[in-house]
Every structure is written in structure tokens, then in C-alpha cells.
Write a new protein. Structure first.
Length: 315
């Protein structure tokens, strides 16, 4: 399988993205923590400390400390250089630098090159969608938007077989038309999105569109069809192999998936990450961007509200 932009050389690179200020900001991370062992914690304010359980991106004003059995490697986001953080140590990220507060931090040494600039651009784009729009509806009931748009191109596989679209309104049902053949999708009043699992289609390109129906009949038909690609079994197996080599770095996973057009799989990876790390709001714009890519405007708006509420908190 020939991947679009990510090859084997990317496996060892440092991908850094995110933002922070005393609570949060829109700047990229300064570094990331990898290969950690034992007790390792981070704090944004020096008061509340949170255990680190997987690869962690470090932003300005972060504090990191290790216990008597703790250690880790710090990789600078712009230079790609790394430093070993010893046990019973504390560092502070400030002014774009990693500074030793106490304990042991080794001198910098060279690591492999970074994809930082391309992901910086991705993060900058994600910031566009963090603005919360005011609700112009003056009534008590939300206004349903029956114009359901779908991502124009997406890739699915046996391991990641779903396509998704916005749930327009609790009472609406849908007609999914794939290659001219229609499948009825019933209303799902409580679902935050509609998911459809693609089965029994040959590898290659297929067209699809989502028509919206109410009790009176069809209320919306898109002007143009979208497309999805079904991966072959060999391609799917190679994707799985590549993902396994990225370890627990969610952004290595999602960047790779998005480069392959697997936007639903990337969204699912982001959602799983935030279920495990609900306080990691610094990274939330990238989930917001993922919802935007998939035309899930209601979820994008909801996530943006959560993000903006976090900005206002005194962490």
C-alpha cells in the first residue's frame, strides 16, 4: 500500500501541536513527554497535579514532576532535541523553553526530524472553529436544520467501516443512497450523530448521498453526491500495522488516519482520547476540527462551547 504522505520515517518523529496560557492559549506546545515510567504528573498552576498516563504534549506554563520511581524523555517541539528527566525532579515550561526547577535533566541530544510545521498549520486551522455562535432562535424549541451535508471524500475499511452524518432532528429519518441503491435509516431521536456501517462492498470508490425524510416525505436531497473509498484487506492490515507502531501518541494516530482520508476513524480516536482525558482541554480544538471536517456542526458547536467554558475557568 502506498500511503499519501506518511512513511516509515515518520514513525520516530516528534509531532507537536496544541496551545496554552495560564489556563489555555492558542500557541503550539513547547515539547512532549514520552517513554515515561513510574509516577509522573503535570500541572498548569502548581496547585492541582494530574497523573500522566500516556504521551503528553507540554505547553507554556506547564509544570512536570517525577516521583522517586519516575522518569521520562522530553522532546522539544521545534528543535527535535531530547532530554532525559530523572527521578524526584521538576521542570517548568516557560518562554518556549524547558527549565529545570529541581532534580536532574540531562543536556539536549539530537532526535529525528519533526513534522511540527505541518501540524502547526493544522492546529492554526482548527482554531477557526473554536468560536461559539450565538443562538439566534428566540423560541424554547431548537430549530431543526434539514440540510444534512456530508464530507465529500472519506475512506473506510473493515477495521473502520463507518460513515457518519449529523442527526438533523429527532423525528427525521434518512435515505442513504450508495451507488444509486437506497437504504432506509430510521430516526434516532437521541443519537448525537448517525452512523452507518458499510458492508459487502468491493474495494475502490463508491458514491453516496444522504436524503432527509419526515412523515410527509423527503425534505432534503443534496445537489451533489459525495464519495467514499473502501480499502482492500491488505491495505487495512497495513494501516493497522502502522498504527501499532505509533504507540500511545493519539496525534500520531490521528494525523496518519487523516492523511489516509480515514476521517471517521480519526474522530473516533480523538473521542476515545477525551473520554480518557476529559481535562486535557488544550488539545480540544483538534477534535473540534475533526467534527468540522465531517460536517457534524452540532457536535462542533457543542465541543466549542465546552472548550470556551474551560477557557473561562480558573484552572
Amino acid at each position: 500500500m502506498k500511503f499519501k504522505t506518511v512513511g516509515l520515517g515518520v514513525l520516530l518523529v516528534s509531532i507537536c501541536m496544541g496551545f496554552s496560557q495560564v489556563a489555555f492559549s492558542k500557541n503550539p506546545p513547547v515539547a512532549k513527554l514520552v517513554q515515561f515510567e513510574g509516577k509522573v504528573e503535570y500541572s498548569r498552576n502548581g496547585t492541582r497535579w494530574v497523573p500522566i498516563r500516556r504521551t503528553k504534549y507540554l505547553f507554556d506554563n506547564y509544570l512536570i514532576r517525577t516521583g522517586a520511581d519516575g522518569s521520562g524523555k522530553i522532546i522539544n517541539q521545534s528543535s527535535g532535541k531530547s532530554q532525559e528527566l530523572g527521578s524526584s525532579s521538576e521542570i517548568k515550561v516557560q518562554g518556549g523553553l524547558v527549565q529545570l526547577v529541581s532534580g536532574n535533566l540531562t543536556p539536549e541530544k539530537d532526535e529525528s526530524s519533526s513534522l511540527f510545521q505541518s501540524l502547526m498549520n493544522k492546529f492554526a486551522k482548527a482554531q477557526r472553529y473554536t468560536t461559539v455562535r450565538r443562538n439566534i432562535n428566540k423560541g424554547d424549541e431548537p430549530v431543526c436544520d434539514n440540510k444534512v451535508r456530508t464530507i465529500r471524500n472519506v475512506t473506510v475499511s473493515a477495521s473502520h467501516p463507518d460513515i457518519v452524518w449529523r442527526n438533523a432532528c429527532p423525528e427525521f429519518s434518512y435515505r442513504l443512497v450508495i451507488n444509486g441503491d437506497a437504504v432506509d435509516v430510521p430516526a434516532q431521536s437521541t443519537s448525537e450523530m448517525i452512523r452507518f456501517t458499510v458492508n459487502d462492498l468491493e474495494p475502490g470508490e463508491h458514491t453516496y448521498r444522504v436524503e432527509v425524510l419526515d412523515k410527509g416525505g423527503t425534505v432534503y436531497i443534496p445537489r451533489k453526491d459525495s464519495a467514499f473509498k473502501v480499502m482492500s484487506g491488505d491495505e487495512d492490515a497495513e494501516v493497522t500495522k502502522m498504527l501499532s507502531m505509533f504507540g500511545d501518541d493519539v496525534f500520531m494516530h490521528t494525523n496518519f488516519l487523516e492523511e489516509q482520508g480515514m476521517h471517521v476513524a480519526a474522530m473516533d480516536a480523538y473521542r476515545e482520547y477525551f473520554l480518557e482525558n476529559p481535562d486535557d482541554h488544550d488539545m480540544r480544538p483538534l477534535l473540534i476540527q475533526s467534527y468540522q471536517n465531517l460536517k457534524l456542526s452540532n457536535l462542533r458547536e457543542s465541543e466549542a462551547r465546552l472548550y470556551n467554558a474551560a477557557l473561562e475557568e480558573d484552572f
